[in-house]
Ligand binder design. Structure first.
Ligand SMILES: [Zn+2]
Length: 288
């Protein structure tokens, strides 16, 4: 087994699609992985030449969706097995790709949660209630503060992955220092769980070619960005006014996470989308 993954399928789809219009409101909220309040340790080695930095798209003027305050979608069980369309098998070596969305015809989206500073006990309960798999990107301090908490968060599937050890901005580091941050955190996770996840997210949504090469050097096969975000109890879109199939959705372990997840699950139900494990769509090559 090459990665931690439980193939429990995503949360329910509700038939109650009424009042969708009431859920959509305008918003002007910024999305940033750096809003978690974790500051990096800073560069200790000379910065490398950086002519191909990749920066995450933002949702500064995107429409947003909020959940009703008193209800959640009813729980049902899906019998559908995803993925139905071909998966993307990507190499586990060399400069691995940066991915913000999965090209798929399946009615699925993917939930990711970063950092780990605030560990709300309601979050694993909510995800278990709706059988939601989730891919985590964690830093050393918050992860080691309570590894068992994060295991409960992924009880319905998903994986725990590196988000660097210290949440530093990687493009300010040498290639060797980047590798220490990326692969060092993957090693730490591997000491506590069966197998560390094989995906990576760069702090602040900033990476470069050295990031992609460093990740590939330790069995990571994709750098994940995002195509929608959860902030302040709202779903924020980079495209249109609703989720797109294949969207990677960014959230953070913050005080607003529980409310944001409720809004997200409601929006998935309204659109008939299932939250699927992204590990199914980005598998390691056979034998990887
Ligand atoms: Zn972060």
């Amino acid at each position: 087994m090459s990665y931690w993954h439980t193939p429990t399928r995503g949360h329910s789809i509700t038939a109650a699609l009424a009042a969708i219009a009431a859920l959509v409101v305008a918003g002007l909220l910024a999305s940033s992985c750096g809003s978690s309040g974790i500051d990096g340790a800073g560069a200790t080695e000379p910065p490398i030449q950086n002519t191909s930095t990749t920066v995450a798209a933002t949702t500064t003027s995107a429409p947003t969706t909020v959940a009703p305050t008193t209800t959640l979608p009813p729980t049902t069980t899906t019998t559908k097995a995803w993925p139905k369309s071909p998966v993307l098998t990507i190499p586990a070596a060399g400069a691995v790709p940066v991915i913000s969305t999965i090209a798929t015809a399946d009615p699925v989206v993917f939930l990711t949660i970063d950092d780990g500073m605030v560990r709300d006990p309601r979050v694993p309960e909510l995800l278990a209630q709706f059988h939601v798999p989730v891919t985590l990107f964690l830093n050393q301090g918050p992860y080691l503060a309570d590894p068992d908490y994060f295991m409960r968060v992924i009880a319905s599937g998903g994986s725990i992955n590196s988000h660097t050890k210290s949440h530093t901005q990687l493009t300010k580091l040498s290639a060797a220092a980047q590798r220490n941050e990326i692969c060092g955190m993957k090693d730490i996770i591997g000491e506590h769980v069966f197998v560390a996840g094989h995906l990576f997210r760069a702090p602040y949504g900033v990476s470069n070619k050295a990031t992609q090469t460093a990740a590939g050097s330790c069995g990571i096969n994709a750098v994940l960005y995002w195509h929608a975000a959860l902030n302040d109890g709202r779903v924020q879109y980079q495209q249109g006014n609703q989720l797109q199939p294949g969207d990677i959705v960014l959230a953070h372990f913050r005080d607003d996470l529980y409310d944001s997840l409720r809004a997200f699950l409601w929006q998935c139900a309204v659109q008939g989308l299932t939250v699927a494990p992204i590990e199914d769509y980005l598998p390691l090559p056979a034998g990887g």
